[in-house]
Design a protein around this ligand. Structure first.
Ligand code: AKG
Ligand code: FE2
Length: 473
């Protein structure tokens, strides 16, 4: 089983230092159909103060699909400022930080149209309703740069942890402690073990979480991901603010997803994170096959949950978590107890003391100590739904410590947004009745946002006939 990315995939995403290039390398050489700069025809210009503007716009829309607009009411100072800020953004890290908080929302250009990623829940430019919005083309990502209000800022402003000497009231938690000396610990699965499949089944049924080793993801890539994540989090506070994402956005900086469709690379930057994501999604698919295989299901049975377009189009966000050193870890919470909504999450954690903890019925909080070279696999709520309750999602939290800055990188894997997931009742449990009703990941996220830890309960299929059978046993 080979799960490292191929040379050709790497070629698509490896970053390049454009600044120091004196000629276009072969890898970036395109054959361009030239454009006649002396053409007499040009796109129409519409003056919005012209009384005929309406018919001119119609003509421009029908004949050209593009036009200049003048007297549009946007001040030239604002446009100059946008250009300045855009240039500043691309000349990071040396650029001067903006003096106002901004929200960056990633979008991607599709063909000639600009299309907002569906995760944002926004459909097209006219429906955007952000105050003071501007559009900035960030390599292959279009970024909406929204200057946010004071009250919005209050909700999202991060705290400058580094200079804090005690946990402020606003961050003080009462923690149910975890027994660090427990003998029980989550299972470790070696993917090269001939018994991997049955061990995975046991781990999924009993724990909902396990370490995976011999997973095929190179330690160099993991080291690089950790380095870049630390680099990102150690940027000056003001600079990090520039890359803030809004609550309903899951996108960040990266190369165009369609880069790999072209034989030549484009004049834009790549990112080690993109490579990591590809690796993680490949591994997630392998693990899914093993998990469902362990229940006697074939790839045909489970193909609904996989991206139809293949691994180049992964579903689910990559989340970088930073847990700064804390003066009093007994009073602070790194990440509060939750289950993930995904099918499964692949988690990389840095090798730092105290870390992830899971809640195990009958035991309490169990620490998940870092295991060199291993990745953590934890099951999310969608897996519980899909497996009709056979595999359980795991309740987990992250705690902090007073000596090390911990980071973790969570790759949430799930089905395409619009795919309805139904319990796979071929599993043969509970008289073939589905415990849960079908949901898309998007619908489930809404349920989760409303009901949090009760979200799975809210997804139970309440049809009369099901209830009788389900709860008698
Ligand atoms: O940092 C960790 O270990 C946990 C991260 C996590 O649970 C998450 O990002 O959902
Ligand atoms: Fe999580």
């Amino acid at each position: 089983m080979s799960i490292t990315s191929s040379d050709s995939e790497y070629q698509c995403i490896a970053p390049i230092d454009f600044i120091s290039m004196t000629k276009v390398p072969e890898s970036h050489t395109w054959v361009l159909n030239p454009c006649d700069e002396n053409l007499l025809e040009s796109i129409p210009t519409i003056d919005l103060l012209d009384p005929n503007a309406i018919s001119l716009i119609r003509h421009a829309c029908e004949k050209w699909g593009i036009f200049h607009v003048i007297n549009h009411g946007v001040s030239s100072q604002l446009l100059d400022e946008v250009e300045l800020q855009t240039r500043g953004l691309f000349s990071l890290p040396s650029s001067k930080p903006l003096d106002q908080p901004i929200v960056l929302v990633g979008m991607e250009p599709v063909e000639d149209r600009v299309c907002i990623r569906r995760e944002c829940g926004l459909r097209g430019l006219p429906s955007l309703n952000l105050p003071n919005k501007m559009f900035i083309n960030f390599g292959h990502m279009i970024i909406i740069n929204a200057i946010i209000s004071d009250s919005e800022y209050q909700c999202i402003a991060p705290i400058d942890f580094i200079s804090m000497t005690k946990v402020p009231e606003s961050h003080t938690w009462v923690l149910h402690p975890c027994d660090e000396n427990l003998l029980e610990s989550i299972p470790t699965i070696d993917l090269l073990d001939p018994n991997a499949i049955s061990l995975i089944r046991h781990a999924c049924e009993k724990w909902g979480i396990f370490h995976v080793i011999n997973h095929g993801v190179s330690s160099q890539l993991l080291d690089e991901v950790e380095l870049q994540t630390r680099g990102l989090f150690s940027l000056p506070f003001d600079q990090k603010l520039q890359a803030f994402r809004s609550a309903n956005s899951i996108s960040g900086y990266g190369t165009c997803r369609r880069s790999c469709l072209h034989p030549k690379r484009m004049w834009s930057e790549g990112d080690v994170m993109v490579m990591y994501r590809n690796e993680m999604n490949k591994l997630a698919e392998t693990l899914l096959d093993l998990m469902f295989g362990s229940l006697g299901l074939t790839q045909e049975d489970t193909k609904q949950v996989k991206p139809k377009t293949g691994l180049k189009n992964p579903y689910g966000p990559l989340q970088l978590n930073s847990y700064p050193i804390c003066p009093d870890p007994t009073k602070a919470m790194g990440l509060a107890a939750h289950t993930d909504t995904s099918l499964l999450t692949l988690l990389y954690q840095s090798n730092t003391p105290t870390s992830l903890q899971i809640f195990k019925e009958g035991i309490g909080w169990v620490p998940v100590h870092p295991l060199n070279g291993a990745l953590i696999v934890n099951l999310g709520d969608l897996m519980q739904i899909l497996s009709n309750g056979r595999f359980k999602s795991v309740l987990h939290r992250a705690v902090v410590n007073n000596t090390h800055h911990r980071i973790s990188v969570a790759n949430f894997y799930g089905p395409p947004n619009d795919v309805k997931l139904s319990p796979l009742i071929q599993l043969g449990n509970l008289d073939h009745l589905p415990l849960y009703r079908s949901v898309t990941w998007k619908e489930y996220l809404e349920i989760k946002a409303k009901h949090n830890t009760k979200a799975l309960e809210m997804t139970i299929d309440k049809r009369e006939s099901n209830l009788n059978t389900k709860f008698e046993s």
